[in-house]
Design a protein around this ligand. Structure first.
Ligand SMILES: Cc1cc2nc3c(=O)[nH]c(=O)nc-3n(C[C@H](O)[C@H](O)[C@H](O)COP(=O)(O)O)c2cc1C
Length: 223
């Protein structure tokens, strides 16, 4: 499951893990009118995002015994990213169930070493996956010691790149360039598209939009 904000989607993540795939928590956005906020106003927003993610982690862990992932958007304009990663590591330290189940951290939208927390992520025993939209960024992620790259094509909602390189063009290019597992994101919606992605060199699919139509998704009633 791809990380899909702007909610944690704890219920959906737990249901996906229960079904045998890897469910993933995401996080809310800082609200737009406060986007340029600094000082206390910004701090209050960051505190709230961190609180919601801590709550989401415990909700998901309460709903399944299976492994889970969590996504943090780490672009430069995400002033909550460092606090979020620290909070995730703290929750793992504090609760053995969280430590056992929350095994994968995915980052997207920036340089994978931006917050200098990579060693702590590794020491905590989590796998660190990073979303990339081109070969250069995949190679950067590999140099940074990332465990797998999420090759994110232009089809993907929440696309991380500037150029319209489509998933089924990007996957083979990334797979040939890095010595890491490649996870295909963007337009993987069913068995056929998953098999296509695997045939092109991916090891896993990363599904966002398709899962949002599920009953367990918080979007469901409104959609
Ligand atoms: C509503 C929505 C919100 C998303 N939010 C995030 C996010 O917060 N962080 C992130 O890394 N990717 C985000 N994505 C991208 C997904 O993680 C994933 O890469 C993408 O959905 C895969 O393409 P697909 O929607 O065609 O399955 C989002 C996608 C959707 C549909």
């Amino acid at each position: 499951m791809g990380g899909v904000g702007p909610m944690t989607f704890a219920r959906l993540a737990a249901a996906i893990s229960e079904a045998g795939a890897l469910g993933q928590l995401a996080h809310p956005s800082l609200s737009l009118e406060e986007f340029g906020a600094t000082g206390d106003a910004l701090q209050r927003q960051v505190d709230e995002v961190v609180r919601i993610v801590r709550e989401g982690i415990h909700e998901a862990v309460g709903l399944t015994d299976r492994p889970l992932a969590v996504n943090v958007r780490i672009a430069q304009e995400q002033p909550d990213a460092k606090r979020l990663i620290e909070a995730i590591l703290e929750e793992r330290d504090a609760d053995p169930d969280v430590r056992k189940q929350l095994r994968v951290l995915t980052t997207s939208g920036g340089h994978p070493e931006t917050y200098g927390l990579n060693d702590r992520i590794r020491e905590a025993g989590m796998l660190h996956l990073h979303a990339v939209s081109n070969v250069r960024h995949a190679l950067t992620a590999q140099r940074a010691g990332i465990d797998a790259v999420i090759a994110t094509g232009y089809e993907a909602a929440g696309h991380v790149g500037h150029f319209p390189v489509h998933t089924f063009v990007l996957i083979p290019a990334v797979a040939e360039s890095v010595d890491l597992p490649v996870i295909a994101a963007g337009g993987v919606v069913d068995g056929v598209s998953l098999v296509g992605a695997l045939a092109l060199g991916a090891q896993l699919g990363y599904i966002g939009s398709r899962f949002l139509a599920s009953e367990e998704a918080e979007y469901h009633e409104a959609a």
